[in-house]
Design a binder for this molecule. Structure first.
Ligand SMILES: C[S@@+](CC[C@H](N)C(=O)[O-])C[C@H]1O[C@@H](n2cnc3c(N)ncnc32)[C@H](O)[C@@H]1O
Length: 233
């Protein structure tokens, strides 16, 4: 997996800028994560650990929009970390993660994983790692693609990179680790490719209306992208 992302490091993130639809996917995702992390007013500044920081798409946004004391980004791809380091993002600390350097010395208020968990074949291991780095009452956020979505069904015939996640299995595993207040919310029902083909305000409006409608009639587990939030008790 590290080699796969090493090869993609120089261009990773460009997909999110390609068309109006791609930029919408980017914005919807970042805004949803921000909303789930937003502390109650008056709360102290947050400490965040992001597993699979990539090119810092989420990190950059959260650093600009949340009161943050410390943001640590780790990634299995050395090249991704090296490339991101060159961008010198204020407040972002980076670690090339090979498995042995976590947990960190200090536990964090929140540990997040966006578009990353599907690349880890060992779900249990990753959840344990995320838990070990959280304070009591800390918040876990995981974005993942559901195996029951249209993409999941397509994946039965045409294999894509990574593994699509079973939302029920994930929820059970998170619960067994001592997390409570687990919420799962659909982020998008339509596959990324639909957004990638959306380049115009009219088309985008149609796509967003369709998303709203799907949200009303379909259960969360059929969504292409789901956000899980849980509290460590
Ligand atoms: C699709 S990118 C997402 C990057 C970023 N979170 C975002 O949303 O833009 C996935 C990233 O996770 C990293 N990654 C994959 N498996 C990992 C693991 N087991 N531990 C840490 N990072 C991992 C990859 O190297 C890659 O940079």
């Amino acid at each position: 997996m590290a080699e796969y992302f090493d090869r993609r490091a120089p261009t990773y993130g460009s997909w999110f800028k390609q068309s109006l639809g791609n930029r919408t996917v980017d914005n919807l995702e970042k805004e949803a994560v921000l909303r789930l992390l937003m502390p109650p007013s008056g709360k102290k500044k947050l400490t965040i650990l992001e597993i699979g920081v990539g090119r810092g798409r989420i990190a950059r946004y959260l650093l600009n929009n949340l009161p943050i004391e410390s943001y640590m980004g780790v990634d299995i791809s050395r090249r991704m970390i090296r490339t991101l380091k060159k961008e010198k993002i204020k407040g972002l600390k980076l670690i090339w993660y090979k498995g042995e350097r976590l947990p960190l010395k200090r536990r964090m208020d929140s540990v997040i994983s966006i578009r990353q968990i599907k690349y880890n074949q060992n779900l249990a291991n990753q959840l344990l790692l995320m838990k070990k780095n959280l304070i009591k009452n800390g918040i876990l956020i995981i974005e993942f693609p559901s195996c029951y979505s249209v993409s999941g069904i397509r994946n039965l015939f045409i294999k894509s990179s990574g593994v699509l996640v079973d939302p029920f299995r994930l929820k059970k595993a998170v619960k067994e680790l001592g997390f409570t207040a687990i919420i799962m919310e659909p982020l998008r029902y339509l596959p990324d490719n639909v957004y990638a083909l959306t380049n115009g305000k009219t088309m985008l409006t149609v796509v967003l209306i369709l998303e709203k409608w799907l949200r009303k009639i379909l259960p969360y587990w059929l969504a292409k992208s789901i956000l899980l939030k849980a509290r460590l008790s």
